[in-house]
Design a protein around this ligand. Sequence first.
Ligand code: NFS
Ligand code: SF4
Length: 656
Amino acid sequence: MGDEIKKDKKDIAAKDLTTCEATAQMLDKSRKDGIEIAPYRAASMKPCPIGADSACCKHCFMGPCRLNSKDPYGKVGVCGATIDTIMARNFGRMVAAGTAAHTDHGMGMLDLFREVVKGNISDYRIKDTEKLQSVAKSIGIEVEGRSIEDIAMDLYDELERTYTQVDGEIPFAKRVPEKTLETWRKLGIVPRGAMREIMEMMHRTAMGVDQHYENITKQASRTALSDGWGGSMVSTEISDILFGTPSPVAVEVNMGVLKENQVNIIIHGHEPNLFESMISSVNEPTFVQAAKDAGAEGINLVGMCCSGLEMMSRHGIPHAGNFSSTEAILVTGAVDAMAVDIQCIQQGLSKVAECYDTPFITTNPRCKIEGALHIEFNEHDPKDCTDEIVIKAISRFKNRSTPVEIPKIVNTGVHGFSHEYINYMLGGSFRASYTPLNDNIINGRIRGVAGVVGCTNPRVKQDYVHVELVKELIRNDVLVLQTGCSQIALAKAGLTTPEAAVLAGPGLREVCETVGMPPVLGLGACIDNSRILIAASAMVKEGGLGESIADLPVAGAAPEFMSEKAIAIGQYFVASGVFTVFGVTFPIVEDTKFHKLLFEGLEQQGLGKWGFTPDPLEMARMMIAHIDKKRAALGIDKARDRSLVDMAARRELDAA
Ligand code: NFS
Ligand code: SF4
């Protein structure tokens, strides 16, 4: 355990709350300024122990019912619901909520795409026609000799089914490795449309419906898969088509990307369209001039959280920090406007912004916050909103009344490794393929691949678990793929540079140095976890590493998760065949049937399984043990022993 934050809030030093120095500096300042932000609120809010174990139910008003997690089978709810039913229902609803978030976001991107294709929106256009064609082809749409518009309209019609289809399989089921799909079909968990799955999940978890934890878990898998291979994947693919597929770019990360003498605007949220229009607004010559007239050297646009990750990957826009730094950054006094759209926007931001006189602007009809200024973003006229944000920011700069203190820390790293680029990077433009990756796994230079993703959570020391876990993984020759707030944690720790290869084990280091890549590859926002699924499918299709995703020497982790979205992602990785370990806490009572199902039973059904530990080194050990187990099953464990001996022998030779 060790790093769980339990002390009384008065004794807590900022460096015990975060390993991010810039955030620590702002935590200290916030106390001097008398402002309370999330890590301190966390210290004074003891989590409810029954809720933390998911041992309570409020699905009807014969309750709410609380069971005893120390004696889970000692009691049932008023309706007779057992601990397993209650936990499985709660879990299913978390999956439904997370899936709803990703799929609503994805459907928004698809709405935008349709309007662009129909010519009803002119501020955006199809930027990546190559990607449009390859996505269309991947689901069986004819592309030869057809116009971009025709292909795009067919693609829209097809992908709409991801959300609305009442029966049949979602379009991207076609991308799932055959053996994995076969397992899903056998279990009856191939998703229809996300709306249907979410609806059924909510229905089945209502009072008096599905009261068998195994059956509830099946629907949880089906719902989660409608996110990973559905809503999220559509969102990534459509965003790439509209705004460009990322390729590696050097980007600055950390609070030092704020500029004292510039108008600083932060966009924090999840949908790329608001941010894309912001880029165009801040570059308007009239605004640049207005900023200069106000005494600024220019306008500085930076991102936070997930849309920030998309923008850094696609355009090299600087990124100011992850989830646990969003309130802290306002304490700099240097933020002239913070505009948000949806998801992971803490309500506390509104009050902190008010204290520092920063305009805090909501833009999406789905997300209004008391005390925030709402300027609605409309895709048909996007610049109405984004221009207004710039005007507000310039005016705040001109009248800056609070002293400015910006932590002088900037970390430069390389980000933007899409599946397409990994393919190209490894194989070259003429023979783009995953062959070199698979070969290096088979010959043992790379032991396996880990996806390390997800949030930061003020219940644990910010970034600490992410960074220690990833260091341990790469030291053991595990190549790490990253998304979300985790990617920013590692960027701040300097691990997203090719030079970080020196921290890797000899095999991984050799591969990284040959290709010139970092040992930690940033793939983008949480929605882009779909890129990891596509990479995993490509590894299976390439051959030599088994027939299903469950055969691959891979593992996943969300070491500091906090969001229901993370639970949905965890469940779609598990259902896709991946061993997935969560940190912080796990909302379930141990030694129960439902626990056994998630942590063992699903693997026996041919899927992946869950794991849990708050300790980063133990987490690494669990993931590596799983990777080694898969290597042994594939019969490639011997190769690795040889290759490591080779490396050691070679070093001795070099030294001699
Ligand atoms: Ni992901 Fe993005 Fe961060 Fe967690 Fe929130 S920003 S979608 S949920 S906190 S990684
Ligand atoms: Fe209690 Fe059952 Fe109602 Fe849940 S559904 S609150 S367990 S009576």
